[in-house]
Design a protein around this ligand. Structure first.
Ligand code: F3S
Length: 811
């Protein structure tokens, strides 16, 4: 007999006043919070009366989603814990995630080949050559770690896989029916909010602790209601709306807040269109972009092959738990923003930020900016069949007029999954796309993550511009030589490729020889007709085929419970964090400031992700071990090698070390000797002399992404505490995950003097007052520690030693 926690019983008449996302959080704490359930229930209901305390609530999702660049360091940590467990006499095969972990292999695929029918196969072959070592490691993990499933290269982009295949919306766990919830180690994880699944992006360390059954802690969030009125005009697409939403919501600070879409206009959007808007949550600065469950959600589930029986379960559960969307209801929100869908028009965003929406007329500057890259790319705009079909229809009309794409444009089409090729093939739209050079180049992130591959030789050198259906366009993201990129819908990408330039008003000027955009643009009715080709069985068939990847099957990976570490590997090294001997960094201690920085230090400043620069210590390390200087790769591909990551810390040239602002990024002063050294070498000297070190920072320390290396790096440097005037939420938890004490101070400290900190393990409590002494000056800092679990983590020396000790106890 299936059971459920009755939300009506738990919340009474307050239930329908709660935003839908809080109803799901309420269900989650009732089910998982144990002793904390009543306190958490009170915190959630208290939110309605703005009576919430600063209390955090525990959220334990039902599964975890990762991709190939974030999973490697996490899986290496688990592999390291297994090695440590075995050395301590435990059974390593028993150390497994307790939640399902799905891993996509999507972020590495590059567009080396394009414009031919074999482009996808050739790119895939290069992909396996380049990444063999990392893939063997991932395959080992999926073979030996229970619960870890790696979807081989070619299966698609993680968020599309999640939408089409993994998400159940409502699930049954141990006989209890509950909402499908997840966290993902990618900021675009909220894309799944488009079909009523609550999820958001977290850092790798947070994901690791969740994998082992520890909840994500969060304050009951502000929830912003975005009310859609009216409906989109014919010819206006989900991309246009997503860019309007991003522009509008960016005008409000949404950091740490949840967004939920309501109002009569919601019903006019398909679930695929909603997913496009939900995907851009990080671009508009929110944690979520949630659409409640309704008939369109069920329509999407059926169209992607979910069974009638399952759809009935989703509907029944959602209606009984007040999770079914009621357009007339008026939940309470922290704030409400109205958007009239009728007013949305054809939009692009750029040239350097996704929130800078522009019309086609506005981007025409009369300059001579040629389209160097035209890419139908990214989870954002290739997962919605309406958008892919619209691009195909535009291509079809262009080919009917014998139009071609100029030679200087690098064209590519990388759908979110192979399902798109099946329905485009059925609709007869793959051929015209191919005739314009938009052959499928593979199923992965490609141009969206900067793997656009080389530009074509005939690219004109005067200000090359990219036009892509992605969600980000920061300078250099798409391609190192491209400073200006415009985000646009897939059919608009094809139209600009045909034009070969962005310096025309594509809505008014002829694209070529008397052909105007209006002649090519597909109508809603034409899109609907082409969508009739979508077959619900396509999803299962295409995934089954991709999962059988012969190249993946041929990859030989060991099947031992322990990973055979290779000390010579430049990609995967045994991580030093997973140790039973890890000491707590707490205590009464005196430390040197290793580094002093100012405000707004981001995780990118701390641990860069991009190209490993020649001339730096990381490059020297790799070249000394046989790496090719021309193919050093990026830091994000080397996250399984701590030696490389250590040498990259703080090397961003814009970081000013306030110990001496004339120093280059990555250098510091070893204070006892006065020597200027690379940070990692200074840290080694301090360690050799048994000297403790701390890091001093200003406001918003750790802003940006949830990058775990931004905390792992300082842990490797031996940092015991970070003293800052404020911390970004996820980075604060990552520091604690690495055993580093975050201390909040009222004013920035820029000193070369030694600092005494009184933080013994037995006296640490959430928000404890900590005595800090610098010379004759004393001050009181606050431990930026929120929960008892965080105290326990710091006492254990970090989350990995904590997991390890618990595993040993249960071995
Ligand atoms: Fe990949 Fe770009 Fe989406 S990097 S996960 S396609 S936002």
């Amino acid at each position: 007999m299936e059971r459920l926690f009755s939300l009506s019983d738990a919340a009474g008449s307050a239930l329908t006043r709660l935003p839908y996302v809080l109803r799901i959080l309420l269900e989650n704490v009732l089910r998982n919070a144990g002793d904390d359930a009543e306190r958490s229930r009170a915190a959630i209901l208290g939110w309605l009366d703005r009576a919430t305390s600063e209390d955090e609530i525990p959220f334990l999702p039902s599964r975890v989603l990762m991709h190939d660049t974030t999973c490697v360091p996490a899986l290496a940590d688990i592999a390291g814990m297994r090695s440590a467990l075995a050395e301590a006499g435990g059974d390593p095969s028993r150390l497994n995630p307790v939640l399902p972990v799905d891993v996509s292999v999507d972020h590495s695929l590059a567009v080396d080949f394009f414009g031919s029918s074999d482009a996808a196969a050739r790119n895939m072959a290069r992909e396996f050559e380049r990444n063999r070592e990392r893939y063997v490691f991932m395959k080992w993990a999926s073979q030996t770690m229970r619960g870890v499933h790696v979807h081989p290269p070619g299966t698609g982009i993680m968020h599309t896989i999640n939408l089409e295949r993994l998400a159940s919306v409502v699930t049954t766990t141990n006989g209890v029916v509950n909402p499908d919830t997840l966290i993902g180690t990618d900021s675009h994880t909220p894309m799944i909010n488009g079909i009523g699944v609550l999820a958001w992006g977290v850092g790798g360390l947070e994901a690791e602790s969740v994998m082992f059954g520890m909840p994500v802690m969060l304050r009951v969030p502000d929830v912003i209601g975005v009310r859609f009125n009216g409906r989109l005009r014919d010819g206006v697409l989900a991309t246009d709306l997503a860019l309007v939403v991003t522009e509008r919501l960016r005008q409000t600070d949404l950091a740490g807040r949840f967004v939920e879409y309501v109002g009569p206009g919601v019903a006019s959007l398909s679930a695929g269109e909603r997913a496009v808007i939900a995907n851009m949550a990080p671009e508009y600065g929110a944690s979520t972009g949630y659409f409640p469950i309704d008939a369109n959600t069920l329509r999407y589930l059926r169209a992607t092959g979910r069974s009638d029986e399952h759809c009935a379960l989703v509907e029944d559960y959602a209606r009984r738990q007040a999770l079914w969307f009621d357009a007339d209801a008026t939940p309470t929100y922290s704030d409400v923003i109205d958007i009239d869908l009728e007013q949305v028009g054809m939009s692009l965003a750029g040239p350097r930020r996704p929130q800078d929406r522009v019309t086609p007329a506005e981007i025409a500057k009369g300059a001579d900016r040629h389209v160097a890259i035209a890419a139908i790319t990214s989870c954002t705009n290739t997962s919605d069949p309406r958008l892919a079909v619209a691009a195909g229809l535009l291509a079809q009309k262009a080919r009917a007029r014998s139009m071609t794409v100029p030679a200087w444009v690098k064209t590519s089409f990388a759908p979110g999954s192979p399902t798109a090729s099946r329905y485009l093939q059925r609709a007869g739209l793959l051929q015209p796309l191919s005739e314009l050079g938009f052959d499928i180049v593979g199923y992965g992130c490609t141009t969206c993550i900067g793997n656009a591959g080389p530009l074509v030789e005939s690219t004109r050198t005067d200000t090359p511009v990219a036009i892509l259906s992605g969600n980000r366009n920061f300078p250099g993201r798409v391609h190192a030589q491209i400073d200006q990129s415009y985000l646009a819908s897939p059919p608009l990408v094809v139209a600009y490729a045909l034009a070969g330039t962005v310096d025309l008003d594509i809505t008014r000027d002829a694209i070529a020889d008397g052909v105007y955009l209006a002649d090519l643009w597909p109508t809603g009715a034409e899109i609907d007709a082409a969508l009739a080709a979508v077959d619900p069985d396509d999803v299962a068939a295409s995934y089954d085929e991709a999962e059988q990847s012969p190249a993946w099957a041929k990859l030989h990976a060991p099947d031992s419970a322990l990973f055979p570490w290779d000390a010579a590997s430049t990609y995967i090294r045994r991580p030093p964090f997973a140790s039973l001997d890890a000491p707590s960094r707490l205590g009464h201690f005196t430390a040197y400031p290793l580094l002093v920085v100012g405000d707004d230090i981001t995780t990118d400043h701390i641990s860069p992700a991009g190209q490993i620069p020649l001339g730096g210590d990381a490059a020297a390390y790799l070249i000394a071990r046989g790496a090719n200087a021309a193919d050093l790769n990026v830091f994000s591909s080397r996250r399984g090698n701590w030696e490389v990551m250590l040498r990259g810390l703080f090397t961003n040239k814009t970081v000013r070390n306030l110990l001496d602002p004339t120093l280059q990024g990555g250098d510091t002063i070893h204070l006892p000797s006065g020597d200027v050294l690379p940070l990692w070498q200074a840290a080694e000297r301090y360690r050799a002399a048994n000297d403790s070190v701390v890091l001093l920072a200003g406001a918003r320390y750790g802003t940006g992404s949830s990058r775990d290396w931004a905390a792992k790096g300082p842990a490797l440097l031996g940092v015991r505490a970070v003293l800052a005037t404020s911390f970004e939420r996820i980075h604060r938890t990552n520091l604690i995950g690495m055993g580093i004490l975050p201390l909040q101070i009222s004013a920035p400290l820029a000193t070369r003097e030694r600092i005494t900190i009184d933080a013994p393990a037995d006296r640490l409590q959430p928000r404890a007052k900590i005595d800090v002494t610098i010379g004759d000056t004393s001050l009181t800092a606050t431990a930026a520690v929120e929960t008892k679990l965080e105290v326990e983590t710091l006492r254990a020396g970090g989350i990995l030693p904590l997991i390890l000790r618990r595993a040993l106890q249960h071995a």
